[in-house]
Design a protein around this ligand. Structure first.
Ligand SMILES: [Zn+2]
Length: 183
């Protein structure tokens, strides 16, 4: 019996270690790796240079990449805001979009702080899963808005720089596909 318990302890220990390793690896790839392309639909620039938020800071490529994540999230925020505003007050979807907007704004704020070298609470750092989930919901919101209010999406798109226009396009395309798969 004691041997079985010891073996179990070892197995649980190895499993915990692997799980922790996996989580750290995912975190790392989200913040510094190639996950931007997968999560955001963008191509992710590895160049160092000025912070994309316009604060004038000069960032290394890792921090700049984190800032680019934040900026990508910010592109989705007006879409959620617009969609929420278009729904009646008592529509449950409305509070969902309002919540998504708040959540996205919080993630963007934390990621920008990280990029700027400011201290953030570890618990506040969004996981790749948090980001991917939020992105999926926001893509769907973009697809719904593009179908219901194409003029607004067109105007919004025009107001953005080229890279962000491409991001909006890919959000609408991906969201439309997600909706089709759900049907
Ligand atoms: Zn900045």
């Amino acid at each position: 019996m004691a041997v079985v318990v010891d073996v179990l302890k070892v197995v649980v220990g190895i499993a915990a270690f692997l799980a922790a390793f996996y989580l750290v690896a995912r975190f790392w790839s989200m913040l510094f790796g190639d996950a931007r392309a997968a999560l955001m639909g963008g191509d992710g620039s590895k160049r160092s240079g000025d912070c994309p938020c316009g604060c004038g800071r000069s960032l290394g490529w890792q921090k700049r990449r984190t800032a680019l994540h934040a900026m990508d999230v910010q592109v989705g925020l007006p879409i959620l805001e617009r969609l929420a505003a278009s729904l009646p007050r008592d529509d449950p979807d409305r509070s969902e979009f309002v919540g998504s907007h708040r959540y996205g704004a919080g993630m963007a704020r934390v990621m920008l702080k990280m990029a700027h070298g400011e201290q953030v609470l570890t618990a506040a750092i969004p996981s790749p899963r948090d980001l991917a989930r939020w992105r999926e919901g926001t893509n769907v919101a973009a697809a719904v808005l593009a179908a219901e209010d194409p003029e607004w999406i067109a105007d919004y798109r025009t107001s953005l720089p080229t890279d962000d226009r491409k991001l909006v396009d890919s959000m609408v395309t991906t969201g439309t596909l997600t909706l089709q798969q759900r049907r």
